[in-house]
Design a binder for this molecule. Structure first.
Ligand SMILES: Nc1ncnc2c1ncn2[C@@H]1O[C@H](COP(=O)(O)OP(=O)(O)O)[C@@H](O)[C@H]1O
Ligand SMILES: [Mg+2]
Length: 297
């Protein structure tokens, strides 16, 4: 489209409340359905090196690799195994914190070990807009379309299946901990389970404390790799806006980093992408001490 026409259209649309999000929803929905019709999921790319295979799962020796639920993920991303033999394999902790939204399970599905992310429900205190767009599937289609664009990257777990009727995504399960879990292991109080009893779950200062602790600790070790991943995602027109340590996994086998969680990502070709890309860069700079061109540049 002619850039001037596009700008005029974007500006016109912005005056109508919710129009941006509605246009975005339509775009990611069309993109996802098109990819499914083109049988993109049948391509079956090889899993990333840290993805778990059925033979890694202890209970498979006894029960076989048929489809079933293996574990439940809690609010801080800890996995609680269903079968006793699998308990030592998953990174369970002593206490489970129920998830605030979306149910997440590790499942066996068609020969792959996947995370099943079900996009149903927002926390009660979410805004009316968040409820409405969640109901219409904005976050679900947004994550599906993003993962389909990123399916060839070595640093994003592969999407295996999209279930439209139940709004569920199946994504290769990567064994490892998040940068946030690693920070917590050395004693920093950054997990939801630590902060909820202190009433700091939605404390605006929380991110700042987490960012500082990370910068003073392991931050330097990860900066270059994060930049490389961010550039690779941007090159495919994806700019994750949910930037935080809990959305970066360290693969246990290879130590490679993986980016997850694309429900809020900005996608190139949808309204205000440039602006949202700059916002994404600002967030990446803030969290990881990088200097990518942001909104303030
Ligand atoms: N593909 C995956 N492999 C391994 N762990 C995952 C994967 N996807 C999510 N997780 C774990 O589940 C947690 C929550 O998942 P995420 O997609 O970030 O959902 P939310 O939108 O609730 O933050 C992550 O922080 C991570 O610990
Ligand atoms: Mg997340």
């Amino acid at each position: 489209m002619n850039p001037e026409l596009r700008r005029a259209l974007d500006q016109g649309l912005r005056r109508v409340p919710g129009m941006d999000a509605a246009t975005r929803l339509l775009a990611v929905r069309i993109e996802t359905v098109r990819a499914l019709l083109a049988r993109r999921l049948d391509e079956n790319p090889l899993p990333v090196p840290d993805a778990v295979t059925p033979s890694d799962i202890p209970s498979v020796a006894e029960l076989g690799p048929g489809d079933r639920v293996l574990a439940e993920l809690d609010q801080d991303g800890f996995a609680f195994a269903i079968h006793p033999a699998d308990v030592p394999f998953f990174n369970r902790r002593s206490e489970k914190m129920p998830r605030l939204r979306y149910r997440l399970h590790v499942v066996l599905r068609r020969g792959y070990v996947c995370v099943r992310k079900r996009f149903i429900g927002q926390p009660r205190n979410a805004s009316l807009d968040a409820h409405l767009f969640s109901l219409l599937g904005l976050f679900f289609y947004n994550e599906a379309a993003s993962l389909l664009r990123l399916r060839d990257l070595p640093s994003v777990p592969r999407i295996r299946d999209v279930h439209l009727a139940t709004r569920a995504l199946f994504i290769d399960y990567v064994r490892g901990k998040t940068l946030q879990q690693q920070l917590a292991e050395r004693g920093e109080k950054v997990l939801d389970i630590d902060l909820a009893p202190l009433g700091q779950l939605f404390d605006p200062d929380r991110d700042r404390r987490e960012i500082e602790a990370f910068a003073q600790g392991e931050g330097d070790d990860y900066r270059d790799r994060v930049e490389e991943i961010v550039r690779a995602m941007n090159a495919r027109g994806v700019a994750p806006l949910d930037v935080k340590l809990g959305n970066v996994l360290i693969g246990e086998k290879t130590g490679a980093l993986y980016w997850i969680d694309f429900e809020r990502a900005a996608l190139e070709g949808t309204p205000r992408y440039r602006e949202r890309l700059a916002e994404h860069h600002d967030l990446v700079n803030r969290w990881f001490g990088l200097s990518l061109p942001g909104g303030g540049a």
